[in-house]
Design a protein around this ligand. Structure first.
Ligand code: GLN
Length: 406
């Protein structure tokens, strides 16, 4: 077996040796490995005219061999991308819904914006449309706030203060569960509670910096930005969120000594961070990859944190449409009122769709249609069987030679 793999590697290496740098880059592109991939900086920086694969170091060569021996999670990335583009174009014609209008910064966003970005656990990327246009993350920051709280306090402590049930109500409903706690970490009350749990002993500047550092790690320092105007507007109009915070304070739901002012400030700051779909798909890919950034290989969140977050995302991430979404689409997701939806296919890929027109639940119309068509086409629904006949496409690599001996 070892000999066979070695032969494949040698053949791949021989084949690569005869190619020019441009040919290799074109081939990499068809596999979803893009020109800004930090794993191949040496190749991208090398001199086009005097290029030889022998100039690359062992790590670079091993990575190229892995790519061209079809060992990435989506081996036929080209066909997969074509199918995604087909879906995306169908979805683009849907102009239903309307933009969020509770603050001027969201109301004035062009509803025609549309972007889809995908990043696999092996760092294969796909981008469509306005994938480099920044937008406010809004509630798509909530899974990350939750992960950060879990990392610092652990699941048992965090869930002393937050439930694990869908609320069945609007995301900003002034309502708590029967224990007087937020229903879950992905609605406003629960997200505020997560913010209350993040480094409460520190100053607001330090706490916000702490959250931003996580986003930087998730996005390879490509984000996040910050929308000051959105922050100011949100602060002036967040009456319902303040009402929720005061209600929780009154019944002592928060940990002792919680400052509502600071908690609300951190919550609003986090919602006002800006990212692009290409960056948010990197964060989603890290959630898909057991908390490890596919490019830097940095372990950002523990396996337990990821399991808890994806579980809650699978039944609480789409407001009071979450049950329907879990049934029909069947993947962990989180949407925000800016029209972003983060989707996670565990152990395969992260996706971000952005299109500002919302339905009456507050979910992006095109985002929901994209997700629906995605799992109608590919067998990505949580409960799609990987064996037996299916009309759906399975694009992922299977480890047929996996060795389960213990
Ligand atoms: N800033 C918004 C709020 O707190 C975020 C809500 C959302 O995206 N659903 O109401």
């Amino acid at each position: 077996m070892v000999k066979t793999i070695k032969n494949i590697s040698e053949n791949t290496f021989q084949a690569l040796s005869s190619l020019s740098k441009t040919d290799i880059i074109d081939l990499l592109h068809s596999k979803g490995i893009l020109g800004d991939d930090i794993r191949l900086t040496n190749l991208f920086k090398s001199d086009e005219n005097n290029f030889s694969i022998h100039q690359l170091n062992e790590k670079d060569i091993n990575f190229l061999i892995k790519v061209f021996s079809d060992e990435l999670i989506i081996p036929n990335f080209h066909s997969f991308s074509e199918k995604i583009t087909e879906i995306t174009k169908l979805v683009e014609s849907n102009c239903n819904g309307s933009v969020a209008n509770y603050i001027p910064e969201l109301k004035s966003v062009d509803p025609k914006h549309f972007a889809v970005s995908i990043c696999t656990i092996d760092g294969q990327c796909y981008n469509f449309g306005d994938s480099e246009t920044p937008f406010c993350v809004q509630s798509t920051c909530k899974p990350i706030n939750y992960c950060i709280a879990l990392e610092s306090l652990g699941e048992a402590k965090v869930h002393q203060f937050i439930g694990k049930e869908p609320s069945g109500q609007r995301f900003n409903e002034v309502a708590l569960n029967k224990d007087g706690l937020p229903h879950n970490p992905l609605i406003n009350s629960g997200a505020m509670m997560c913010c209350a749990l993040i480094k409460p002993e520190d100053t607001i500047a330090e706490r916000f910096d702490y959250v931003k550092k996580y986003w930087s790690q998730l996005t390879l320092n490509r984000g996040p930005g910050f929308d000051q105007a959105t922050y100011e507007s949100e602060k002036l109009t967040a009456h319902r969120n303040y009402a929720l915070a005061h209600l929780m304070q009154e019944i002592q739901a928060f940990p002792k000594n919680t400052s509502i002012e600071n908690t609300m400030d951190l919550y609003i700051r986090n919602c006002s961070l800006t990212l692009t779909t290409s960056n948010l798909s990197l964060a989603a890919a890290t959630l898909a990859n057991g908390g490890i950034n596919p490019f830097s290989q940095e372990k950002i969140f523990s396996n337990e944190t990821i399991k808890d977050c994806l579980t809650i995302m699978s039944f609480c991430g789409m407001y009071d449409f979450s049950g329907e979404f879990a049934f029909k689409v069947g993947i962990p997701a989180k949407s925000g009122v800016s029209g972003a939806i983060m989707l996670v296919i565990p152990n395969v890929m992260g996706i971000c769709v952005w299109s500002p027109n919302l339905d009456h639940y507050g979910n992006s119309v095109r985002g929901v249609e994209f997700a629906t068509r995605l799992t109608e086409t590919f067998n990505f629904h949580n409960f799609d069987s990987l064996v037996g006949n299916s009309s759906k496409i399975d694009p992922r690599r299977h480890f047929s030679n996996a060795n389960f001996d213990i």
